[in-house]
Design a protein around this ligand. Structure first.
Ligand code: PLP
Length: 406
């Protein structure tokens, strides 16, 4: 059982005020706050242990390299990846999907080949595939969500044809909170020999993830949502897929020999990490993931399930508000619209005056917005440090908003 007061005491920012009110931070889906251990790790990495990695033979470079490389093992443990060599560091999920697109799909897909994806994807898992559509005639095959916002794994598998070369799917929607049965999709796809790539940006924050059990070939996570630094992230890539990939960025570190007439590459995963990486960001990511594992992913999941249920219950009781999405399997993200005149941007502005931070807009999910028939929503997304009292604060602020606009 998670001690939320103890958790909160580890996040310095949670004791600040915003517009004269205690901060009620419900924008974790966009980016999460950082615990003291992450801030201290970043401070120490710069103040005491900083040097470039993989390059020098001097003491600080050795320490820095050890601290940085140790994070591969931490990520592997966090995702239950079989080996730390299956982990490629990235700057976040956007880079991870661009790596997959440029590094693998661009070489292996021909005009008329198909990529299956859901209408619920974040632009990070859409735009790199549009590049292939524009540049080499690859076809995007969209799978709609059901009216309740759930995604039927069979509908995804039904979209597969003999031209399908990739299924790429979110594990948890950043708008509706819908959790997708990725394991069923991977099982069905394996029967056709089709790799499945998974956007774990949201899911990995809220539930234990086991890539070996899921059976996916690619799983992307992003540090800034995982209580770690922005500009950090990682992708699990199955060795068979990694063996078929070509680097998409060239430079230092990813090569072994460079001559006038040719080059030889470093071994994977470093073959895919060109240039000086986000050294301290990655070290900070390691601290964040260790902190999450110490708190306990099961405890995090059950705490947030309680928040989700309470939020759905309280928001569901407001007859002037529509909750967007009612999938039975969902995480602690609730999108909603007010039925009257208030636009989500107005809602966000009024809530901010009460110290409540929520996101408003299309959430980088324009195909989903069109599918739902709305231009924007307000979104409350919960994290490990949120409380049911903060759900009450949200509801009080929304009531004020309703009074102002209707
Ligand atoms: N995918 C999902 C589901 C997200 O919620 C986000 C972030 O908002 C991203 C991808 C993009 O991640 P990043 O900020 O690491 O590029």
């Amino acid at each position: 059982m998670l001690d939320v007061d103890h958790i909160r005491s580890q996040f310095p920012i949670l004791s600040r005020q915003v517009n004269g009110k205690p901060l009620c931070y419900l924008d974790n889906g966009a980016s999460a706050q950082k615990p003291r251990v992450v801030l201290d790790t970043i401070q120490r990495a710069y103040a005491e242990d900083y040097a470039n990695v993989h390059r020098g033979l001097h003491t600080l470079s050795t320490i820095s390299t050890e601290n940085y490389e140790a994070v591969r093992g931490i990520v592997a443990r966090f995702l239950n990846a079989p080996s730390e060599r299956d982990i490629v560091f990235t700057t976040g999920t956007t880079e991870a999907f661009n790596l997959l697109s440029y590094g693998w799909a661009a070489q292996h897909l021909r005009a008329g080949d198909e990529i299956v994806l859901s209408v619920m994807e974040h632009h990070a898992n859409i735009v790199p595939w549009h590049f292939l559509r524009e540049r080499q005639g690859v076809k995007l095959v969209w799978v709609d969500t059901a009216p309740d916002g759930s995604l039927d794994p069979q509908a995804v598998l039904d979209a597969v044809t003999d031209r399908t070369k990739l299924i790429t799917i979110t594990h948890m929607s950043n708008v509706l909170g819908t959790v997708v049965d990725v394991k069923a999709i991977c099982r069905g796809a394996a029967a056709h020999g089709i790799p499945v790539a998974v956007d774990g940006s949201q899911a990995a924050v809220h539930m234990p993830v086991d890539v070996a059990d899921l059976g996916c070939r690619f799983y992307a996570i992003t540090g800034h949502k995982l209580y770690g630094p922005s500009g950090s992230g990682a992708a699990y890539i199955h060795p068979d897929l990694m063996a078929e990939m070509r680097p998409f960025m060239g430079g230092g570190d990813m090569i072994r020999e460079v001559g006038k007439d040719g080059i030889t590459y470093n071994d994977p995963p470093m073959k895919f990490e060109a240039g000086t990486p986000g050294i301290v960001q990655t070290i900070g990511l390691g601290a964040a993931l260790e902190w999450m594992m110490d708190v306990g992913m099961d405890d995090i999941a059950s705490h947030e399930a309680g928040l989700r249920d309470y939020a759905l219950d309280r928001l569901g009781g407001l007859n002037w508000l529509t909750i967007q999405g009612h999938a039975p399997e969902r995480g602690a993200i609730v999108s909603f619209t007010l039925n009257g005149a208030a636009h989500p941007h107005d809602v966000s502005t009024v809530l901010d005056k009460k110290g409540v931070a929520v996101r408003a807009g299309h959430h980088c999910c324009q195909p989903l917005m069109r599918h739902m028939g709305v231009s924007a929503t307000s979104r409350a997304s919960f994290g490990v440090y949120n409380t049911t009292a903060e759900v009450d604060t949200l509801v009080d602020a929304l009531e004020l908003c309703h009074d102002l606009f209707d």
